[in-house]
Design a protein around this ligand. Structure first.
Ligand SMILES: Cc1cc2nc3c(=O)[nH]c(=O)nc-3n(C[C@H](O)[C@H](O)[C@H](O)COP(=O)(O)OP(=O)(O)OC[C@H]3O[C@@H](n4cnc5c(N)ncnc54)[C@H](O)[C@@H]3O)c2cc1C
Length: 391
């Protein structure tokens, strides 16, 4: 039977980042993915590498600071995959957030980025507002420009895996973890690959199964408790409308949530929604209500492209992903977006990850590798994780 130091379950961005960090630290690592690399949430995000300006409103300052530091690192380490992009925030007479609030938020954002050059923001003179093609000008009081970054989430995850493989990572796709027996000093993991049941002995296991994290925990023996979570679907629509050069940060005309209108491969991408799910389908799909909601907001700001029926004819694609949020009272929009790492005293060699952001996968990976070192000891380092270039 094969023996590894670390077995990672899940080939999304978190599993990939942890596997890369651990392989760089000299551990023997295997990663199991039930589908293919980045087939789920990590291919269906809003594709932003960002601090998350809107998280300032819910007081998540440490998360924003951490995300901005990760943004800086990724712009340096993956320049062909993560690139700066301007954001525009139009403020109207009836906007919930006043120009003063936006200016205060952007100043705090710049401060939390430790005055990174990307932290610069400005008010766009009214003479230039019409350069944002099609944007409603009636009632417009101010337009602010600031900077964040965009990526192709699936390509980024694949690039992390490609790099980790050069450090010895073994990846098995179409391999579903079916059970984990937690022994005194290791875990015995079973997985199904090509209709055959396999076994691997792992000194430590990281459960990075994204929305399926608790399903994986249900297969653990002796049994252990799972964190109460909620699944919240987020959808995006792609319209056959030539994109603006930056991202529009818009306040929903229905419920004042923030949605983005983004350039994506030359076309216009709109997202996202927040729809609580009661069960997890293999491939969630965009509901008619979500389509109406997103097109309704787009039409409110870009009425020159026709009514909802005309916009539906220009719909060329859609996708959705599932967020894992801690189960709490209140709106999903205001829930914490930080990653939760859970290890139980009865199962010290098994760590489960809940939630998080694409942007912060490197910080999460470093923290998990600290836990790994504390749990199974250090190895001879192969490479400096802080310097691993991605292409
Ligand atoms: C709509 C939406 C928009 C978002 N936008 C952004 C954004 O713009 N910026 C940002 O920073 N973050 C964003 N996020 C958050 C970010 O996308 C996620 O935090 C991140 O992709 C989660 O990655 P993951 O690796 O934890 O999960 P996933 O990518 O879901 O990976 C988990 C993997 O585990 C596999 N798996 C499950 N069970 C098993 C099993 N038993 N055996 C083997 N494999 C298994 C699955 O197939 C899957 O590939 C967004 C999230 C959503 C839903």
């Amino acid at each position: 039977m094969e023996t590894v130091d670390l077995l990672v379950i899940g080939g999304g961005i978190n599993g990939a980042g942890i596997a890369q960090c651990a392989a760089a630290a000299g551990y023997r690592v295997m990663l199991l993915e039930k589908e293919t690399i980045a087939a789920q949430t990590s291919a269906n995000s809003s594709k932003l590498i960002h601090g998350g300006l809107r998280y300032l409103e819910s007081g998540q300052l440490p998360l924003v600071r951490k995300s901005l530091a990760d943004r800086k690192a990724l712009l340096k380490l993956a320049p062909s995959l993560v690139y700066p992009i301007p954001f525009y925030i139009p403020v109207y007479e009836n906007s919930r957030r006043s120009p003063w609030t936006i200016r205060a938020g952007l100043s705090l954002y710049a401060f939390l980025s430790e005055f990174d050059p990307l932290g610069q923001f400005k008010s766009i003179p009214s003479i230039h507002w019409s350069k944002i093609k099609g944007l409603k000008l009636h009632g417009l009081k101010a337009v602010y420009q600031y900077w964040d970054a965009q990526t192709d989430d699936q390509l980024l995850t694949q690039a992390v895996i490609k790099n980790a493989r050069t450090l010895g990572l073994e990846v098995i796709e179409h391999a579903k973890c079916t059970s984990i027996a937690h022994k005194q000093r290791h875990c015995l993991v079973r997985y199904q690959h090509e209709a055959i049941e396999h076994e691997v002995e792992a000194r430590a296991v990281v459960n990075a199964a994204g929305p399926w994290v608790n399903q994986v925990l249900e297969t653990v023996s002796p049994p252990l408790s799972a964190e109460p979570i909620e699944w919240v679907q987020g959808s995006h629509l792609l319209l056959d409308i030539p994109a603006n050069d930056g991202i529009l940060y818009l306040e929903s005309c229905f419920d004042k949530r923030v949605i983005f209108v983004m350039p994506w491969k030359g076309q216009t991408l709109i997202g996202t929604t927040e729809v609580p799910l009661t069960s997890l389908m293999a491939k969630p799909s965009v509901t008619p209500e979500e389509t109406e909601y997103l097109l309704g907001i787009y039409h409110h700001y870009f009425s020159c492209f026709g009514d909802i029926a005309a916009l539906k004819k220009r719909l060329i694609g859609s996708f959705c992903g599932v967020r894992v949020l801690p189960k709490q009272e209140g709106k999903a929009f205001d829930r914490p977006r930080d990653t939760i790492q859970k290890v139980q005293a009865s199962h010290p060699n098994l760590l489960s990850l809940y939630g998080g952001k694409l942007t912060t996968y490197r910080t999460t990976a470093s923290e998990v590798c600290e836990w790994l070192e504390g749990t199974i000891g250090k190895r001879q380092t192969l490479a400096d994780f802080e310097k691993l270039f991605l292409d």
